[in-house]
Design a protein around this ligand. Structure first.
Ligand code: TYD
Length: 690
């Protein structure tokens, strides 16, 4: 399906021979470099302009300084809130390459004039103008990257690399600012410390404009819809879950925004100056990037929503430490942690909401971005005001004195507010309510999913009296080799005179085959999780009624490739639906039929998925995290009922595996021939080992 607004392939550019990864494409590499330079300029402009504004207050009053910095920061975000779609529209109508160059050159001019004009109002105006120009530059840059890549597959990677190019320079810029402030402080004197950083900012814009000008491959036109933040907030997120995630993202943005808002003044109080300010910003941006990367990958068996709630609570707690501990090193490190938690909350929130098939401007992620943006603008304006109004205080505590300045109080107020908001978010998002947090976390650290004892009791148990036949299920993740081992076991059993029926799920019956097509076809989009669960259960009900039960009634051994546990693992743990509910639905669908033995073939998802030869079906093409949860889910099920399961490491040689499985199957086998025959011949049928 073609996505609205997705750039068209560039007809003039055939795929270069031997291209295997997006980074090996020349124009893309050069464009990324050019855009990073421009990104560096933008991120350097933030501390440089705010430091400039602070210097220009010409006043040592902390409140005035805090408000000057807050004013610059708010001016830099306001255009994104008010004018974003306008920038996108303008960018869409003009030549993309020209737009990038013009935006860079104009930003250069604006930035260079700041130290020359040297007044506070012009600094604010410059912050606003740079931000307006960036509104044209950013969508142009985002759309330009994938557009220079001719190959559709590589284009997705190029689109992802756009985010790295836009945000990656942030920590570099923060550190560069710290270094420039140190150099300028020593050479230019106290009043012109920000000048050097501003000139370097301008130089970065110039270099970027020159680099973009030299790249000819950027196609001229494209359309990149940019959502309007206020509109998307007023329209709301559509679902209650998205609203909960929105609250969490607001709390995360509140914590990170508060640090940025008063960092310059706060580090001044800790004798850190501009260099300290740069270090705090570097800590925050590195933390954010690391957290955003780690978020969906950390503690995979743990509920994503619970993790999201916990991450924002942790960010709020980190902010309390930052507000109260007056030591620059501690502040920088805690800001790093805060950034990490906020980044993890952000990426988990986005991952929870993103429907990759939705057009860009209707995605709930646009809603989250708007929430983060608007919260940050409010925080940039409000926290410095609170800091100014509060002023410095000296507290006498148990004989000692404790000084807290206005910025510390501003941070503390923000932290308390963030903590309350994040607790609301946690309560709303928690999808494992009633399950204690500590054992849940401990199990996740071991790579397992915690199943409380009462929940384990609700899972299917083996009936006391066995049916006439024997039922063996093979389970496991993708590419575990179940099908092969199920077949080998069936051959071995037949070899020993048993009546064996081999079967599989989904799709062993006529109706089942139609359900299977619906379930696994990649063209099936938008199938809800519950509907998917019920379709698998429907297939299973038909399978039991028409294949398994009749075979067992005549005393056969049924060997099935997948059964109920697949639904518990994939639809329950994988899709994060209540496992007990799925167990109940399936118990009803199967009339309570539970295998006598389930062989769980264990394989790391990466290895298993690599073994698949056919193109991935709808389930196989789920994310790595999904498959990790499925694996952990299977393990949790097997470990809850060790008598009924055999867990084997599917990475071992096939012969060894078969032998281990045969040993275990032997324990549950009835006699291969009717008991009467045995009496008559008095020979006990031996089962040979291979
Ligand atoms: P299939 O091609 O049979 O896969 P495999 O060779 O791995 O067994 O496809 C079955 C797919 O359906 C597989 O990805 C797992 C998924 N599935 C569920 O999600 N829930 C279920 O209840 C069952 C039986 C399968």
């Amino acid at each position: 399906m073609t996505r609205t607004g997705a750039p068209r392939p560039h007809p003039a550019a055939p795929p270069p021979p031997g291209v295997t990864s997006h980074s090996s494409i020349g124009p893309l590499r050069r464009l990324r470099f050019a855009l990073s330079l421009s990104g560096l300029g933008l991120w350097l402009a933030v501390p440089a302009l705010s430091a400039m504004a602070m210097t220009l207050t010409g006043d040592d009053d902390a409140a005035t300084r805090a408000q000057a910095v807050g004013g610059v920061l708010a001016s830099m975000l306001l255009p994104a809130v008010l004018l974003a779609p306008l920038g996108g529209m303008l960018a869409a109508r003009a030549d993309r390459r020209l737009m990038l160059i013009i935006a860079d050159v104009l930003r250069l001019v604006v930035v260079v004039t700041v130290p020359l004009v040297n007044t506070l109002p012009w600094t604010f105006a410059a912050a606003f103008l740079v931000a307006c120009l960036s509104l044209v530059w950013t969508p142009a840059a985002r759309a330009a990257l994938p557009a220079v890549v001719p190959d559709e597959d590589l284009r997705a990677a190029a689109r992802r690399s756009a985010t790295r190019v836009l945000f990656g320079p942030a920590p570099v810029a923060a550190l560069l600012f710290a270094v420039l402030a140190l150099i300028a402080g020593g050479t230019l004197g106290r009043d012109s410390r920000a000048d050097l950083a501003l000139y370097v900012t301008a130089a970065a814009f110039l270099a970027s404009a020159a680099a973009v000008a030299m790249i000819r491959e950027i196609p001229a036109t494209w359309s990149a819809p940019v959502p309007a933040p206020l509109k998307s907030i007023f329209q709301g997120p559509g679902t209650a879950a998205a609203r909960g995630i929105g609250i969490a993202v607001a709390a995360a943005s509140l914590t990170a925004g508060a640090v940025v808002a008063v960092a310059r003044v706060h580090t001044g109080g800790l004798d850190g100056g501009d260099a300290g300010y740069g270090s705090v910003l570097a800590g925050l941006t590195v933390g954010l990037g690391f957290g955003a990367f780690l978020g969906p990958r950390a503690l995979v068996p743990f509920s994503r929503r619970r993790l999201l709630g916990l991450a924002v609570v942790a960010a709020a707690l980190a902010l309390i430490v930052i507000a109260l501990v007056q030591n620059l090193v501690v502040v920088v490190f805690m800001t790093g942690f805060l950034g990490m938690f906020a980044g993890a909350a952000w990426s988990n929130g986005i991952a929870a909401l993103t429907d990759p098939d939705a057009p860009e401007d209707t995605r709930p992620s646009a809603y989250l971005r708007s929430v983060a943006l608007v919260t940050a603008v409010v925080v940039f304006a409000a926290v410095p005001l609170i800091a100014g109004a509060a002023g410095s205080h000296r507290l006498e505590l148990g004989g000692g004195v404790y000084d807290i300045d206005g910025s510390g109080i501003g941070l503390l107020v923000a932290a308390v507010l963030a903590l309350l908001t994040s607790l609301v978010a946690y309560r709303r998002l928690d999808d494992r309510r009633g399950i204690p947090l500590v054992p849940d976390l401990r199990a996740a650290l071991r790579g397992e999913i915690y199943t409380p004892p009462e929940q384990a009791a609700a899972l299917p148990q083996r009936p006391a009296r066995r049916e006439r036949g024997v039922f063996i299920a093979f389970e496991g993740g993708e590419g575990a080799g179940k099908t092969t081992q199920a077949r080998l076991a069936a051959i071995w059993l037949r070899d020993h005179g048993y009546d064996v029926v081999t079967t599989h799920e989904p799709g062993a019956t006529k109706i089942g085959m139609r359900l299977r097509a619906m379930l696994l076809d990649r063209d099936t989009t938008g199938l809800s999780d519950r509907a998917e669960t019920l379709l698998y259960a429907a297939d299973r009900a038909d399978h039991v009624a028409n294949v398994i039960k009749p075979a067992m009634d005549r005393g056969a051994i049924v060997v099935s490739d997948r059964y109920v546990d697949s639904s518990l693992a994939y639809q329950g743990f994988g899709r994060q639906q209540a496992v007990e509910d799925i167990a109940r639905v399936n118990a009803w669908a199967t009339g309570g039929l539970v295998p006598d033995l389930t062989v769980l073939m264990e394989v790391p998802p990466q290895t298993g998925l690599r073994r698949l030869s056919a193109p991935a079906d709808r389930i196989e093409s789920e994310s790595q995290d999904f498959h990790e949860r499925v694996r952990a889910g299977f393990r949790a099920l097997a470990e809850a009922d060790p008598d009924r399961y055999l867990i084997v490491d599917a990475g071992r040689p096939q012969g060894e595996l078969s032998r281990e499985i045969q040993y275990r199957i032997r324990e549950i086998l009835p006699d291969p021939v009717p008991a009467g025959t045995e009496d008559a011949t008095s020979t006990f049928p031996a089962i040979r080992d291979f």
